[in-house]
Design a protein around this ligand. Structure first.
Ligand code: FES
Length: 317
């Protein structure tokens, strides 16, 4: 855990604030890679993940962008309403679940709305390395788009394409054309709301992109209908202990109550922190983190949200 001070809070666009965080002791912060996020402890046991969007070379600060999303679970609202300049916050060290492929010959970055945050850090890193890349940034209107001026003034401004949904048809994103030729060595990175992600990933799928060339980070899970959930059992391979998972509870909650701690972060199947190996049984995958091919293997699952199709799962715990 790190103690940081909010040294600047800026309204970047309608409903989006940036927070500049510096080490509370005035020293350097741990180095991070583009695509990394931090957990921010907002208070009352609420923790949220935010991507770092500044240049990864900067060690004196972290910058995050936070959307006050009316559909959020309250963390982002608290960041906007309760966190003020000068305040101390506890954060985790950066973790990267959305890394650049350093062997890539060319990189296509697609950001939708607040999804610009990790993509911005990626662009800084790629630009510094002299890599070949394009950044496509889609937003509903310029008033609701953060960091546009920063992108226009950046050293990579010539590689940035802005797509305003409320603007002229000729500047709107044409994902099918941009993704039509999935050449070897080209990597695609996508971050944004679910609808945007689905649109880009479907276009990539349709054009035949290999899964290893496609990198994505979801911000939030789609709402899931829980009405048909049924109970099941999990068995711990190391001890043989069996736990009953009621229809309205998650595996990680039941295990945590029994003193078996599984590392979790998002608790909604988007970050991958809790992935656990499955030795027997068939999981009912509810996460957005793993790929369809990984789901089909059925040898790991996310106990924060996923369930079971078989009566019992034997876990490598
Ligand atoms: Fe994030 Fe399970 S805690 S996927």
């Amino acid at each position: 855990m790190l103690q940081v001070r909010v040294t600047q809070k800026i309204l970047e666009a309608e409903g989006i604030c940036s927070f500049e965080l510096c080490a509370a002791d005035g020293g350097e912060l741990p180095r991070f890679e583009a695509g990394s996020h931090i957990d921010v402890h907002i208070g009352s046991g609420v923790t949220r993940q935010y991507s770092l969007c500044n240049h990864p070379e900067e060690l004196h600060r972290y910058l995050i962008g936070v959307l006050d999303d009316p559909a959020s679970r309250g963390g982002s609202r608290a960041m906007h309403e309760q966190v003020v300049q000068g305040q101390l916050l506890t954060i985790s060290e950066p973790r990267n679940l959305f890394a650049l492929d350093h062997n890539g010959a060319r990189h296509l970055l697609f950001a939708g709305g607040i999804g610009i945050t990790p993509i911005l850090a990626m662009a800084y890193e790629l630009s510094q390395r002299g890599a070949d890349f394009e950044l496509h940034y889609c937003f509903r209107s310029s008033e609701r788009a953060a960091f546009i001026q920063q992108l226009r003034r950046s050293p990579f401004a010539a590689s940035v394409y802005l797509h305003d949904d409320s603007g002229a048809p000729e500047q709107k994103l044409d994902a099918a054309s941009l993704l039509a030729n999935p050449a070897p060595g080209v990597h695609l990175y996508v971050c944004g709301p679910g609808g945007f992600m689905g649109h880009i990933l479907d276009a990539a799928d349709h054009a035949g992109w290999a899964q290893a060339q496609v990198h994505r980070e979801f911000f939030a899970a789609h709402p899931v209908e829980h009405g048909a959930d049924t109970p099941f059992e999990v068995e711990l391979a190391s001890t043989g202990q069996v736990f009953h998972i009621p229809a309205d509870r998650h595996v990680f909650e039941v295990l945590e109550e029994a003193g078996i701690k599984i590392e979790t972060s998002c608790e909604q199947g988007v970050c991958g922190s809790c992935i656990t190996r499955v030795l027997q049984g068939v999981p009912d995958h509810r996460d957005l983190y793993m790929t369809p091919a990984e789901h089909a293997c059925n040898d790991q699952f996310t106990p924060c949200c996923s369930r079971a199709k078989s009566p019992r799962l034997v876990l490598d715990l």
